[in-house]
Design a protein around this ligand. Structure first.
Ligand SMILES: *Cc1c(COP(=O)(O)O)cnc(C)c1O
Length: 217
């Protein structure tokens, strides 16, 4: 696999769903990948990447951004409030807004800095104890709360439970987004991005299918 094969598969999934490819952004998830693999994808011209840790992103992206123009990095993993300010410097979007305290911190920093990354609210569609995200039942309330803080909500994000059919979770996420007037849907990974596109994904987060298996650290 690799970047161009994934791009082809995205184009095919869009065609089958009657969607334009420009409606779906491919976030190449570069966490824990050797730098030479990331650099190869940058050399191929890709410019949108995802990282799940602030610290790790801080270690590689300032250099890459200095060398390659037009790079965007999205945070797709949990964010601690004490790292929020650093996240503003590194990321153009945060996909893991999942609690009022974090939303309030982001709102405060946005006021101070005069800008804010695009935000996705993470929904724990599988109601898994160990997983981040607001529960589906709390989503409408939390979305309203974020809107009252004037946060730039782009949409919703989910990570389906590994054991379950992902499309059920993608449908649920879409339903919550629709009833709240949000059109951004960050859903779909290496194993299920085509299903996510069929169900309306606007941002697919694909790691191992582009870069190869993650090297264990
Ligand atoms: C690692 C990760 C991905 C990418 O996973 P792959 O299976 O390698 O495509 C997507 N989303 C999140 C939130 C991740 O942490």
């Amino acid at each position: 696999m690799g970047l161009s094969e994934i791009q082809d598969r995205i184009a095919k999934a869009c065609a089958e769903a009657g969607r334009d490819t420009s409606e779906v952004q491919l976030i190449a998830v570069s966490k824990v990948q050797p730098l030479d693999r990331v650099e190869a994808v940058l050399e191929e011209g890709h410019r949108l990447f995802g990282e799940n840790r602030v610290q790790e992103a801080a270690g590689k992206w300032p250099d890459f951004k200095a060398r390659f123009g037009g790079v965007s990095v999205h945070l797709i993993g949990p964010l601690q409030t004490n790292k929020a300010r650093q996240a503003f410097e590194l990321f153009d979007a945060i996909h893991s807004v999942d609690r009022p305290k974090l939303a309030r911190t982001i709102a405060r920093i946005a006021q101070e800095e005069g800008h804010c990354p695009e935000l996705f609210i993470q929904v724990n569609t599988g109601e898994e104890e160990q997983k981040a995200g607001v529960l589906p039942a709390d989503a409408d309330g939390f979305i309203a709360e974020c809107r009252e803080m004037d946060l730039p909500l782009r949409g919703l994000m989910c990570i389906p439970p590994v054991e379950e059919t992902p499309s059920l979770h993608f449908s649920l996420l879409r339903k919550i987004a629709e009833r709240n007037g949000l059109d951004g849907l960050s859903m779909g990974m290496s194993s299920d991005f085509e299903q996510a596109i069929a169900l309306g994904a606007t941002h697919v987060r694909v790691g191992s299918a582009i870069f190869g298996d993650r090297v264990k650290t």
